[in-house]
Design a protein around this ligand. Structure first.
Ligand code: PMP
Length: 405
């Protein structure tokens, strides 16, 4: 007699790749049967294992008891790992985004004349979710990402989700992919919201339709252990990232394609990244390709002020508040490139890099090295204070974290 195993109402022999969130990565399941009174089944899939118990004679109902991901949490880098679900919703040019839905993570279809493909009408965001020891998941200031996306959308002539919609969509997407949130101390789930002109346009104009999409990927700790690995920057003297009146202050996709040339050249010479100067005087610090910059001199912390050409980083804003709370003086002001020579410490901040000390900066062929003190200096103190909050290791008296259960 042929046994029939049912998982969530789906007969195993006819299981389709798309039939279940857990089974989307199914290649060929192996089924082991143990005992016969009643028999228990263990179905091993690529990313998970499902154990089932027979209910009675013909039909056996499955109960999912474990989800074992075939993933080495110690080996995570900052690359894309395909997860289960993405969130998608669309709206028209003058419309409002309706509550979207979760779809299987995968390719999306777009007309070749979509606004985002032809004219770069697109924005993205980036934030992280961390798992606590008790299994709950923490988001860090998602409302700030929502607000920044709204500001960017205004600049790029796009409708944007409300803050509430954005945050709800993030929560839904994270919870649907919760098995991909790395265990405590192993990394985080990187969350990438996208807003794009998906409708077709041929003449230059705002697209007639927009897509708000969120996907996620587990990523590794940028820094292993307590010792923060210093990065090495080169000051870019020819190319500029942004100009007054341009779009440097919003997270539009074009800002990133345009830094690739300088960044690739810097990497080819062994530098970690590029530090940009202002495009008017070519002498004031702006930011790195994907993070903000701080300098420390005599325990006073300074960072370039925000005036439209620098991305207002959420980590930057948080570090300023954390530093002030720890008793440091923090200045937001114009910083001349010459001040790098006098600085005691330099560090960068961003969602991906968290807080990264700078080991050296090269400007016009002259290399300034920053001494890595034994205790890691102010950068280490601020890194610990910020990550303790983000990972739920200390009491969140700033009200910045949002717990998901
Ligand atoms: N500057 C740029 C150009 C960035 O892309 C980022 C990353 N979003 C940052 C700064 C840091 O912003 P945040 O701290 O919000 O990640």
């Amino acid at each position: 007699m042929e046994s029939k195993v049912v998982f969530s109402g789906i007969s195993l022999p006819s299981l389709q790749r798309s039939s279940s969130p857990l089974l989307h990565s199914l290649s060929s399941p192996s089924v082991k049967v143990r005992g016969n009174n009643p028999p228990s089944y263990s179905i091993s899939l690529r990313y998970c294992q499902i154990k089932c118990k027979a209910a009675n004679t013909n039909t056996k109902y499955c109960e999912e008891v474990s989800e074992v991901l075939d993933i080495n949490w110690d080996d995570l880098g900052f690359g894309l790992t395909a997860t289960d679900y993405m969130y998608v919703t669309k709206c028209s040019e003058h419309g409002m985004f309706k509550k979207g839905e979760l779809q299987r993570f995968g390719n999306i279809e777009m007309n070749p004349s979509a606004g985002v493909l032809n004219y770069g009408q697109g924005l993205f965001e980036g934030l992280k979710a961390y798992k606590k020891e008790d299994g709950s998941i923490l988001l860090f200031r998602p409302q700030e990402n929502a607000l920044r996306m709204r500001q960017g959308a205004e600049r790029m002539c796009m409708p944007a989700p409300t803050v509430e919609h954005f945050v709800d969509a993030i929560k839904l997407t994270v919870m649907a992919n919760k098995r991909w949130v790395p265990p405590k101390g192993k990394g985080s789930l990187y969350i990438r919201p996208l807003l794009m002109g998906s409708g077709s346009v041929l003449g230059l104009a705002p697209a007639p339709e927009y897509t708000f999409l969120i996907y996620v990927s587990p990523v590794g700790n940028y820094f292993k252990g307590l010792n923060l690995a210093p990065i090495h920057l080169i000051v870019e003297n020819e190319f500029h990232r942004a100009a007054p009146g341009g779009t440097g202050g919003v997270k539009t996709i074009g800002n990133y394609a345009s830094v690739l040339k300088a960044q690739s050249a810097a990497k080819a010479k062994g530098y970690s990244d590029v530090l940009y100067l202002d495009s008017v005087k070519n002498k004031y610090l702006e930011e790195v390709s994907s993070c903000n910059i701080f300098i420390v001199k005599n325990k006073v912390i300074s960072t370039p002020s925000i005036h439209g050409t620098i991305l207002p980083g959420i980590t930057r804003k948080s570090i300023i508040d954390v530093a002030r709370k720890e008793g440091y003086e923090v200045e937001e002001r114009q910083i001349c490139v010459d001040e790098l020579l006098e600085a005691d410490e330099v560090f960068c901040t961003g969602t991906a890099v968290v807080l990264s000390p700078v080991g050296s900066i090269t400007y016009l062929g002259q290399k300034k090295e920053y001494v890595n003190t034994k205790d890691g200096g102010i950068a280490q103190k601020l890194y610990s204070a910020l990550t303790s909050l983000q990972m739920g290791l200390t009491n969140d008296n700033m009200g910045w974290t949002m717990e998901l259960k």
